[in-house]
Design a protein around this ligand. Sequence first.
Ligand code: PLP
Length: 405
Amino acid sequence: MLYNGVDFDTYFKNYPDANGYFGKYGGCYIEPELKNAMEEITEAYFTICKSAKFINELRRIRRDFQGRPTPISHLERLSNKLGNVQLYVKREDLNHTGAHKLNHCMGEALLAKYMGKKKIIAETGAGQHGVALATAAAYFGLECDIYMGSVDIKKQAPNVARMKILGANVVEVTEGLATLKEAVDAAFKAYSQEYKDCIYCIGSVLGPHPFPMMVRDFQSVVGIEAREQFTQMTGELPDAIVACVGGGSNAAGFFSGFLNDPVDIYGVEPLGKGPKLGDHAASLMYGTEGIMHGFNSIMLKDENGEPAPVYSVASGLDYPSSGPEHAFLHDLGRVKYGVADDEEAIDAFFTLSRLEGIIPAIESSHAVAYGIKLAKEMGRGSILINLSGRGDKDMDYVIEKYGIR
Ligand SMILES: *Cc1c(COP(=O)(O)O)cnc(C)c1O
């Protein structure tokens, strides 16, 4: 399928290019000593991860450990309530650890093992990536250092406990505001000293090449399964698919299965409290081109051109940029990016819980909220939503802040 000059029949061969670019976005903007480390990972990716041995081992792990394939559920009661559009969800909440993140963490950790690395390191904000990576480290018997700001350590006590129980070493970062940005800096600094023995595992389709490509490819299992399952269930493709976009990993993997199909694709960013800078994290909607954390993309900047403070009720979505592939697909128009705000997400959180018996993550609730809006607009047809994770982690917060609706 040709779309605005891009041939989607050969898309995955050509994007990203050899230097990690999706059009003008992506690349590898990183200090010289880490360039070698990135090249080593890129080369290992193309040799090891494309070998039958690696692929078969990862397939076995996905089936026997992660519990894949995750099902698709038809949201019958919600669909009936909305009218003639049929809504479906791909159940990444049923993936082991309760979200999609383990899909790329198991891939990254398996690669680390094949490369003979002893340790994996990463940063975490809300702790979701840290927990998924600590799980993978335990499974493969790798050491695991997770850098986390002291402010986040206090806020995310249950996830800190999980990481420690799983045997990870949680490294407290006290510099600056002591949140995600400082944790990223500290983790990269440690990595540049230790890269011979360890690999850095990025938590989304972000960072320098090859990570946006690698994380997308490890997440593509979601899109591949979803396309096959949906056509088996209904005999056709969905008319539209929807996923929430923080860094963009669940969306990138899910979308990859449908880019070459006549399917409308929607990415949903968090509008938070509203369109004022600082009140949201809708980077593709309100951002401009720029470089941060090792890659070129569209991002929200403050008056000095630094990453702007961002906010969303969903801690997994509050990042001031999105992966370079999303910036590319946005410019191209192949994927349409919309928003859902805090209120809409919380409404959808209760709607899905009440009508379907599925408590979604607040991140995923943004996609559900958008799917409901879209259903009202479309009037007929089918929509498949990627339910990126379960909402158990959010229950206390929702009850405390919003009460029972
Ligand atoms: C982390 C997280 C997200 C956001 O990350 P992406 O890379 O944009 O997918 C979405 N949903 C859940 C449940 C998460 O834990």
